[in-house]
Ligand binder design. Structure first.
Ligand code: M6R
Length: 613
């Protein structure tokens, strides 16, 4: 999604902004631009990467200690130079960058066209800056008041930053539905603005997350936060947890690979301090705080999108199996528009890496309006989802930069397992000794993931054989059906190979028609009650000459003759096996994508956090 960076202070803004935009590249984008204020207001923008923009700035005047930059992920209007941000007002005195969608832009544009405005781009954003200048002129309002007046006419989502040639010490920003963070610099009057904290972290760890409906005004070295109705707010200054090292590749060729290899640590961090294998204790603050509510919960509704939805599917098995609570798992985008039936004794768990996914946020808001208690399981500290939740838990996986989610998924599954175990304890659906056994095994998972990562060379060789496949099928059952879905998603999003995940038993109800000697089929066949049935499914694939890549439990040689490739992963409890079984699938997608020369960390058309509908 679009990325925003702003700077006001004593340093040269352009360098800080370009560096910040590079840090935001992981969000996904197709063009970039900057606006710099130094007597006049200069705007430079370009389709392509930040590097293309940087090269185009050679020889240009880039002086100025106030400025803003943007990476655009096209929504309204194709990706090209003219649609790139910043956009300017008719006089060129004002400039804006925007993340979000102005849903009523056509109506607003119509009014402006009737008043003689002409537009240079196809974007909704240009309409907004025209509207602000139009209001300033016709209603004779100050910039600040005109911004508030214009925003009160806007339907949709936005995070915006505005520069004005006639207000050289000024920077105005506002948010509704799209994220925006202010960093407080070390020099007096130095402030940073960004879509998330990654461009800010190397300058300061003091940040303020702007809330929906708030406007930040930086004027004469002071920051004021107001509501759109002009009520002054007391900002809450937060200390950032992330550090610069976490945002760099650390010797790995791609963030995705680094993040895959970080999993022994990120999984450990997600349960650190929350479980104790010696006693079987599970210590989740939200479970303590909502003890009474949880004891009465009759149904869990898990919501998320993409990989986070897959984590929800794994959790469906966990909560039903361990805690005997009925569970529904919903795509946030469907849930929010379905007028769902929600009872007061439902608990909604909203799962998200970024904490900013627009559909997930809207689904949570709906659930809250209907009186439900909402928990968030989220990775990004201070993001919108945890702030909107009644309770919940951070996954503590550290910043995930690769667009394809890897360590965030295993951390989500880990935290959801802890919730399931805590509820099992509370409801006495498992004996204390069984809980202790599972907690102990959870503590052993990071080491087992480390072992699974040693399969890398073998998986690389398998990737070489199938890198040119046109399709892939992933099969799993029970706890590992969502793992099959996740494996297929990982492959398609980064390698652009069409892939489907299926519950293995469903194969004969349709997908089996696709199987021929060209079709690689990844079967997750680790030891559990479904194993024999999965062997039958493998037989069915082989009878049609499909190529089988089987993930089996270490020591199982039963498939050596039947499958084309056997990948042995460490043994664990069935309910914890999704965490381990995901690892070889992540590595397989990664290697195939690299071999196909795909942009692994920033796959085409994809955004890291989807902050628009
Ligand atoms: O930040 P979130 O977890 O809410 O994001 C949800 C999805 O957009 C995300 O998981 C997406 O599917 C990833 N590209 C998957 O790798």
């Amino acid at each position: 999604m679009c990325g925003i960076v702003g700077y006001i202070g004593n340093k040269q803004a352009c360098e800080i902004i370009l560096k910040g935009l590079k840090r935001l590249e992981y969000r996904g984008y197709d063009s970039a631009g900057v606006a710099l204020l130094n007597g006049d207001l200069r705007v430079y923008k370009k389709q392509g990467k930040v590097l293309d923009l940087e090269e185009s700035l050679n020889g240009k005047n880039i002086e100025g200690t106030i400025g803003m930059g943007h990476t655009r992920w096209a929504t309204h209007g194709e990706p090209n130079d003219k649609n790139a941000h910043p956009h300017q007002s008719p006089t060129g005195d004002l400039s804006v960058i925007h993340n979000g969608i102005i849903e009523n832009y056509a109506t607003l544009k119509e009014g402006l066209l009737q008043r003689g405005h002409t537009f240079k781009s196809d974007t909704d954003t240009e309409v907004l800056i025209h509207l602000i200048e139009d209001i300033m002129k016709n209603a004779n309002l100050s910039l600040q008041d005109a911004v508030r007046a214009a925003l009160s006419q806007v339907v949709g989502a936005y995070a915006i930053v505005i520069l004005s040639k006639n207000h050289p010490e000024h920077l105005i920003a506002a948010r509704k539905g799209s994220p925006l963070v202010v960093g407080i610099g070390t020099d007096r009057g130095e402030f940073f603005l960004a879509s998330d904290a990654t461009p800010i972290v190397e300058y300061t760890n003091q940040v303020i997350y702007i809330k929906d409906g708030e406007i930040a005004i930086i004027e004469n070295k002071e920051l004021t936060i107001k509501t759109i109705d002009n009520v002054i707010q007391t900002p809450y200054i937060q200390e950032l947890e992330m550090n610069l090292e976490q945002l760099e590749k650390g010797g790995y060729p791609h963030f995705m690979l680094k993040e895959i290899y970080e999993q022994p640590k990120s999984i450990f961090d997600s349960f650190r301090g929350r479980i104790d294998g010696r006693t079987g204790n599970i210590n989740m603050r939200s479970v303590r705080d909502y003890q009474e509510k949880l004891s009465k919960v009759n149904r869990l509704i898990l919501i998320g999108c993409g990989t986070s939805w897959h984590a929800g599917l794994v959790a469906e098995y966990l909560f039903e199996d361990l805690a005997r609570v009925p569970v529904e798992v919903e795509y946030a985008s469907e849930f929010r528009y379905r007028n769902p039936v929600i009872y007061p004794d439902d608990l909604i768990i909203s799962i998200s890496q970024s904490g900013e996914t627009a559909d997930t946020l809207a689904a949570m808001e709906l659930a809250k309006q209907k009186g439900a208690t909402v928990f968030g399981v989220c990775n990004v500290v201070g993001s919108s989802i945890p702030r909107l939740s009644h309770g919940g838990a951070y996954t503590h996986a550290g910043p995930e930069i690769g667009v394809a989610s890897t360590k965030a998924f295993t951390a989500q599954v880990t935290v959801l397992t802890l919730y399931a175990l805590a509820m099992a304890k509370q409801r006495e659906t498992l004996s204390s000794s069984r809980i202790k056994q599972l907690v102990k095994e959870m503590e052993a998972i990071p080491k087992k993931v480390e072992q699974a990562l040693k399969l890398n060379d073998k998986i690389y060789k398998i990737a070489e054989l199938y890198k040119d496949a046109k399709n892939f099928l992933y099969l799993g059952r029970g706890y590992n059906f969502p793992v099959a879905l996740e494996g297929a998603l990982k492959l398609k999003e980064i390698s652009y190979i069409h892939a489907e995940g299926y519950p293995a038993a469903e194969m004969k109800h349709g997908p089996i028609a696709l199987i021929d000697e060209e079709m690689p089929v990844v079967v997750i066949a680790t030891n559990n009650e479904h194993y024999e049935k999965l062997v039958s499914n493998i037989q069915e694939v082989k009878a049609r000459k499909g190529k089988v890549i089987a993930i089996v439990t270490e020591g199982n040689t039963g498939l050596n003759e039947l499958a084309d490739h056997v990948i042995e992963v460490p043994e664990t409890e069935n309910c914890l096996s999704p965490i381990i079984n995901t690892i070889p699938l992540q590595l397989l997608s990664y290697h195939i994508a690299v071999m196909r020369e795909c942009n692994v960390d920033q796959p085409r058309n994809l955004a890291k956090s989807v902050t628009v509908e």
